[in-house]
Design a protein around this ligand. Structure first.
Ligand SMILES: *Cc1c(COP(=O)(O)O)cnc(C)c1O
Length: 437
């Protein structure tokens, strides 16, 4: 009935997540409120981890792409479930460090790592830098040399696969700020150059072909293209690549029309392709890394809001406004992402009315869901927007000086706060009033 298996209707006739009544949660913690189902997060981690164990003899590592939802508590959960972590900034790395996450399972991504970030990664002995470009390669090598270290790296490769279109194509992806391209020889040249440097060691190659992908085929094609590249490096440069990282991007169900593949199928099918191609090309089986972000946390999260104004503009549109908006979920404003919603205090009410759910920010584009069929809604109802566990909290802002909502983790009927609600004091924390102003 709901887009996420985390949800059901309880005996009070209210929406329930992780054994907790959403109406009670809203009462106790206030709205807007991010709620995450710990059980489903752990289950998703295990699906990937078990698939790696079952289909590839555990000769790999699943990383949680922390940008999807980065807090200290989620780092702890990923650690306990045997996952590694993908970070793309000093802030994400700092969160992992503070959470006590094992640094030998941390991969550092990003297309423009700063000197500070490179220093921080090297000083903390992270497992891998995924190098994006030549300047960065030189910088890492120089800094490693100053510290008397050798840093293990892999390269972000543009495999030339655009998986964003339904009929994915194998060209056109060269126009991206991320990585080095295969088709113009850039990727080959950078690996060759890196092999001549003393303070970096080339371990792997990496690609990430897109997000919210619902097909196996683009991942199989990416694996094929990358294995061919690995084979070329071996044959022409004598460089043996130990690790193949195929990124993330596995699609999830935001609305009923979305039909995601079960997550373990990705690792199953990629493993098959890699094994058969490596045998064929006579290269050793690489250690495989996969980096799911969204698919681990999105469906586990919901956001609870209180409904305020209902504005029915006859023959035009009916706006239902909530006490949050683009500050806690900018994804509609950014890329018209679709969402489903239910009224938490009447989740099974008949849907009879087409409305647009709007936020409270001073932007006409501040919408959460455009033209959704909902039951009759009134001020004071609790609205649950579903599948908000990924790229909501992590993309939130203080626009209009709106404090960020808290995040609570629910499991077996118990709720724990993992991020507290920001206060107005937090909002002005970094403001300085110059004495002479
Ligand atoms: C964003 C990203 C991911 C995670 O993507 P999802 O769509 O959240 O699974 C993994 N790897 C890299 C390099 C990324 O940029």
């Amino acid at each position: 009935m709901f887009v996420s298996e985390a949800l059901k209707i309880n005996s009070q006739g209210h929406l329930e997540i992780g054994g907790c009544d959403c109406v009670e949660l809203a009462k106790e913690y206030g709205t807007p409120l991010y709620v995450m189902d710990e059980g489903l997060i752990r289950k998703n981690c295990r699906t990937y981890k078990n698939a790696m164990d079952n289909y590839y003899n555990g000769n790999g590592l699943v990383l949680f792409a922390s940008k999807a939802f980065c807090t200290m508590a989620i780092c702890r959960i990923a650690q306990q479930e045997g996952l590694g972590l993908d970070v793309v900034s000093g802030g994400e790395l700092y969160t992992a460090i503070k959470a006590g996450f094992p640094m030998d399972r941390v991969y550092f991504h990003g297309n423009n790592k700063t000197l500070d970030e490179i220093n921080m990664g090297i000083d903390n002995n992270i497992r891998r830098f995924v190098v994006d470009n030549r300047e960065e390669l030189d910088r890492i090598n120089d800094i490693a040399a100053q510290k008397g270290k050798v840093v293990n790296i892999s390269f972000r490769i543009k495999p030339g696969i655009d998986a964003h279109t339904h009929d994915f194509i194998q060209t056109g992806q060269i126009d991206s700020k991320f990585g080095v391209a295969l088709e113009n020889g850039e990727a080959f040249e950078i690996v060759k150059y890196a092999a001549s440097l003393k303070n970096v060691k080339v371990i792997g190659v990496h690609c990430h072909i897109g997000s919210q992908i619902f097909d196996l085929a683009p991942f199989e094609l990416a694996a094929k293209v990358m294995i061919e590249f690995i084979s070329k490096l071996k044959n022409e440069l004598g460089i043996e690549i130990d690790e193949l990282n195929l990124g993330g991007g596995f699609g999830i169900k935001y609305i009923n029309e979305h039909d995601p593949i079960e997550y373990d199928h990705y690792i199953e099918s990629v493993s098959k392709v890699v094994k058969s191609l490596c045998e064929d090309r006579k290269i050793k089986l690489p250690f495989i890394v996969m980096e799911p972000g969204r698919s681990i946390v999105a469906s586990a999260g919901i956001t609870l809001y209180t409904i305020g104004a209902v504005k029915d503009i006859k023959n035009v549109r009916k706006y239902v406004s909530v006490d949050g908006g683009m500050t806690d979920n900018p994804r509609y404003a950014l890329y018209q992402s679709p969402y489903d919603a239910v009224i938490a205090n009447r989740p099974d009410a008949v849907r009879c009315d087409t409305v647009t759910i709007a936020g409270k920010c001073c932007e006409s584009g501040d919408l959460l869901i455009k033209d959704i069929t909902m039951p009759e809604m009134k001020s004071g109802d609790i609205l649950a927007v579903l599948a908000t566990g990924a790229y909501n909290y992590s993309m939130s802002s203080n626009y209009n000086r709106i404090p960020r909502p808290p995040v609570i983790l629910v499991k077996d009927g118990t709720a724990r706060v993992i991020v507290k609600r920001e206060t107005y004091e937090d909002i002005i924390r970094n403001d300085i009033m110059p004495e002479d102003l």
